[in-house]
Ligand binder design. Structure first.
Ligand code: PLP
Length: 404
């Protein structure tokens, strides 16, 4: 039998060193569980960084994929494709925007949104209105445009020159942020809840205020819902949770239950700026990914999933708040919206991430001291209790060691 160690060593030889991977080689998934090559079973509170929204290998999604594979794998965008059009209809009819573009990933969706915003302003004769404003601690992707929009010097380092026309402001200071929306700004891009940055919500009223200023100044508002959209807040779109409608939304990650797909939705006034040749991609809107996405969205909408996310989110948050109350020295903060959760500890997060892995639970880090939970929507209260008990055991263990 091949081992985790075997694959770790092989990877080092053949694959570029761009990921800090955990020492686990996953080979199988079912619902909220995954198995590694040594047949260890894990309760997955991470879902491939929020990609397997309905758990691993949901039977209806797998059926939709298999059915499509039997027909055709790829058409190119030179022809029409039913899954592509049916998915577009479903996303548009269940939201407030009018028209969309398909690509393959989150970073590509944001690249497209940036191009669309600039072309929109250009088409109105406002060429100088080309700056993209984003928030500190945001993450929008790693291609050069999306990286330039990502206000994190650490991940921009070494890749100069980045494209021009990007600037950043902290959303903790609403007045300063509004002031930054000057005559040169084409669009503001925001994650309504920052994922990589630590599951941060903006201050109350911030998104409303930015919506108002953008409307007044004909600046486009882009919501990057790549991590926080598609049910994670208990609403199909995160903008519905905040009741603030943007001009453009970007989606990816969980939309096709783990197959690659990105989406840019826009209002008609903005979308009509694009004409043939302005943007495109060979694989965008691939029929297999679109079939998986259509099955995913239909399940989310028709099988009471959004209500379940709200209920489980509240249950999880209550349990975590109680834990924080009982262990105030070790748990410094809990941030939770639906099933998008961060726990700040007073020690290095990797310590508890590795401990939980040994107990058969997968979670992820954000920053140095926070643990991030993005479980699938098929977890249940028992799974949450198992997680809480394991964290409790870890914290009791530290307590004991400190007494000794
Ligand atoms: N935007 C947000 C909010 C993300 O969380 C991510 C990925 O983590 C991206 C963009 C980039 O998406 P991708 O990794 O699919 O390119």
């Amino acid at each position: 039998m091949r081992t985790n160690k075997y694959y770790i060593e092989q990877e080092k030889i053949y694959i570029m060193n761009t990921y800090n991977r955990y020492p686990i080689t996953l080979i199988k998934g079912n619902g909220q569980f995954v198995w590694d090559v040594e047949e260890n079973k894990y309760l997955d509170f991470l879902s491939g960084i929020s990609c397997t929204l309905l758990g691993h290998n949901h039977p209806k999604v797998i059926k939709a994929i298999k059915d499509q594979v039997d027909f055709i794998l790829h058409t190119s965008n030179l022809f029409y494709s039913p899954p592509n059009i049916e998915l577009a209809k479903c996303l548009i009819e269940n939201g407030d925007l009018d028209s969309l573009f398909f690509c393959n990933s989150g970073t590509e969706a944001n690249e497209c949104a940036i191009k669309l915003a600039r072309k929109y302003q250009w088409s109105l004769g406002k060429e100088q209105k080309n700056v993209i404003l984003s928030a500190h601690h945001s993450f929008h992707g790693r291609t050069l445009g999306a990286l330039a929009a990502t206000a994190k010097p650490k991940i921009q380092e070494g890749f100069s020159p980045l494209p021009l026309g990007f600037k950043y402001e902290s959303w903790d200071d609403t007045e300063a942020f509004c002031k930054a929306i000057d005559d040169n700004v084409a669009a503001v891009i925001l994650e309504p809840i920052q994922g990589e940055g630590g599951i941060n919500q903006p201050p109350a009223g911030f998104l409303n205020k930015i919506r108002q200023i953008c409307t007044e100044r004909d600046v486009l508002l882009i919501f990057d819902e790549i991590q926080c959209g598609l049910g994670r807040t208990g609403f199909l779109f995160a903008y519905q949770y905040f009741n603030v409608t943007p001009d453009i939304i970007t989606l990816a990650k969980g939309i096709a239950s783990g197959l690659p797909l990105g989406v840019v939705c826009a209002t008609q006034k903005v979308a009509k700026t694009f004409s043939p040749g302005d943007h495109g991609t060979t694989f965008g809107g691939n029929p297999v990914s679109c079939s998986a996405a259509l099955a995913t969205i239909n399940i989310i909408l028709n099988e009471n999933i959004l209500e379940k996310v709200k209920e489980l989110g509240t249950y999880f948050k209550d349990k975590l708040c109680l834990l924080k109350k009982n262990y105030p020295k070790y748990i410094l903060d809990i941030r939770a919206t639906g099933l998008m959760i961060a726990i700040d500890f007073n020690f290095k997060n990797l310590l508890i991430v590795e401990y939980l892995q040994k107990q058969g639970i997968l979670v992820h880090t954000c920053g140095e001291n926070s643990v991030r939970l993005l479980p699938s929507f098929v977890i249940n209260k028992k799974d949450i209790d198992i997680f809480i008990e394991n964290v409790k055991e870890y914290l009791n263990d530290i307590k004991l060691r400190q007494i000794k």
